[in-house]
Write a protein that binds this ligand. Structure first.
Ligand code: NAD
Length: 476
């Protein structure tokens, strides 16, 4: 595969691969075939990365803020300049349509630009005291950060792990997903090319549990940041707790969408159907449980099915493709099992429900309705191209259903009643609420969840402060 780049570790600014290291095959989701080979970091590689991170932390935190900001801005410019070629690698390794891949890379660069601006705004404060006395609150970078990110957003997830940390003055070691390594390598390389010391930003790969145990087992690392499933997030939080490392966890969700009779149903559908099938539904903030007020239910369901059936599924490299394959073999198998379970329990399949072709990991955009709450899919994050649509009476039973699950990442509300908007915003347990909108993420606003969706924030000012610790100085 000529357009897919060579893969390597980035340790201390050096590109390392081969040399007897274990090899990991990277498969293209459109074909299921090997597109690249990745080297697994050895124990010595991980130890070298840790030593570098300790050194890189001292260098980077003492680099003047305006210089750090300028370097991060330059890296953002390089990422934008290289967005076309990085997008090709992203689509080949992850599957999403090329335009979506490019959009994700540009958004990652914009997030870095935002963080670059925040470098100069990590203010402390001074308390009023009698003359000669002072109490000063200073904010310091927490220390080297270990980041582990998932394959669904190979660029954005990586930038979320490293951008805030670098802005705060921390060094970072990131382990992007072994399933989508090229994009993360390209972002880290852009940071190094822009002037971030190779000891301050490093990229490793390997057997995930081996790498995370090794890095989190070192007292050099002072913070864990992870994007992935709740089960792995809990496991990593336990490892981090052994050394009382701070953690930011961005885990799964099961997005409820509350649709009331007072909205324009066609407009709601146009927005939310596109949001549902974006990235083949492999999005932590994906709208999943559609709770529709009874009078609009039939129109909503038939409109949803019609739009789902019209989506063009294909290779992400083809310009007309609207939805690519799922990212790995786990995707179609997992969705098929969950749909079969729901249908067994009485749910109605309105669209999809089948794999497409016998090559790659393609799955039809699917719709289930009248899904009983004991179906597995109503309780576990489906993470695929499937919408669950159920009729509801009104506000209170919608709130109860929205809050029924232990997840609390994104929720969506469609209503034109301002009083109802405020009430629902207060009552729904979620880290982010989209009102008459599918957008719940911008570079300048915190992104994160509550309950089993994790804790701590990425993006926004909060994403930087999450990598800093206060130090209070009392002077008399
Ligand atoms: P997973 O949690 O097993 O893997 C997610 C990422 O974490 C992968 O890149 C993996 O390499 C890494 N990982 C796994 N175990 C690790 C460990 N011990 N130490 C460090 N990193 C580790 O999830 P999955 O099997 O890829 O997907 C299963 C489910 O997880 C999905 O169906 C979805 O519900 C959820 N998920 C959520 C997100 C998100 O954006 N929050 C992303 C991916 C998966």
């Amino acid at each position: 595969m000529t357009d897919y780049p060579a893969l390597h570790l980035l340790i201390g600014g050096e590109k390392l691969s081969g040399g007897g290291r274990d090899a990991i095959d990277v498969l293209g989701p459109a074909t299921g075939e090997t597109i690249g080979t990745l080297s697994s970091a050895t124990t010595a590689d991980l130890d070298a990365a840790l030593d570098n991170a300790a050194k890189g932390f001292r260098t980077w935190r003492s680099t003047p803020a305006d210089k750090r900001a300028a370097i991060l801005m330059k890296a953002a410019a390089l990422i934008k300049e290289r967005a076309g070629e990085i997008a090709v690698a992203l689509t080949l390794e992850q599957g999403k349509p090329l335009a979506e891949a490019k959009g994700e890379i540009i958004y990652s660069a914009m997030l870095l630009e935002f963080y670059a601006g925040e470098v100069k705004r990590t203010y402390g404060r001074t308390m009023v005291r009698p003359e000669g006395q002072r109490v000063e609150v200073q904010y310091h970078p927490i220390g080297p950060v270990a980041g582990f990110s998932a394959w669904n957003f190979p660029a954005l997830n990586v930038m979320r792990k490293i951008g805030g940390a670098l802005a705060a003055g921390c060094s970072t070691i990131v382990k992007p997903s072994e399933e989508t390594p090229a994009t993360g390598i390209a972002l880290v390389q852009a940071l190094i090319d822009a002037g971030v010391p190779g000891e301050a930003v490093q990229c490793v790969f390997g057997v995930p549990d081996t790498v995370s145990r090794h890095l989190l087992g070192s007292s050099i690392i002072r913070k864990l940041t992870f994007t992935g499933s709740t089960a792995v997030g809990k496991h990593l939080a336990r490892l981090a707790a052994d050394d009382l490392k701070v953690a930011t966890l961005e885990l799964g969700g099961h997005g409820p969408v509350l649709v009331f009779d007072d909205v324009d149903i066609d407009k709601t559908l146009d927005t939310m159907v596109a949001a549902k099938y974006r990235n083949a539904g492999q999005v932590c903030v994906s709208p999943t449980r559609f709770l529709v007020q009874e009078a609009s239910y039939d129109k909503f369901l038939s409109g949803f099915i019609e739009r789902a059936k019209a989506i063009k599924v294909g290779n992400g490299m083809d310009a007309e493709t609207q939805m690519g394959p799922m990212a790995s073999e786990r995707g179609p198998d997992g969705i098929a099992a969950k749909i079969a379970d729901a249908v067994d329990r009485g749910a109605k399949l309105g669209a999809g429900g089948e794999r497409i072709g016998n090559q790659g990991y393609f799955y039809q955009p699917s719709v289930l309705s009248e899904v009983p709450t004991d179906a597995v899919i109503m309780n576990e994050e489906p993470f695929g191209p499937i919408a669950l649509i159920n009729p509801m009476k009104g506000e209170e039973d919608m709130i109860a259903e929205a809050n029924r699950l232990p997840y609390g990442l994104a929720a969506y509300v469609w209503t034109n009643d301002p009083k109802r908007r405020r009430h629902l915003t207060a009552e729904i347990e979620a880290g982010m609420v989209g009102i008459n909108s599918a957008v719940v993420s911008t570079a300048d606003a915190p992104f994160g969840g509550v309950k089993w969706s994790g804790y701590g924030s990425e993006d926004g000012r909060e994403g930087v402060m999450a990598c800093m610790v206060p130090k209070t100085v009392h002077e008399s």
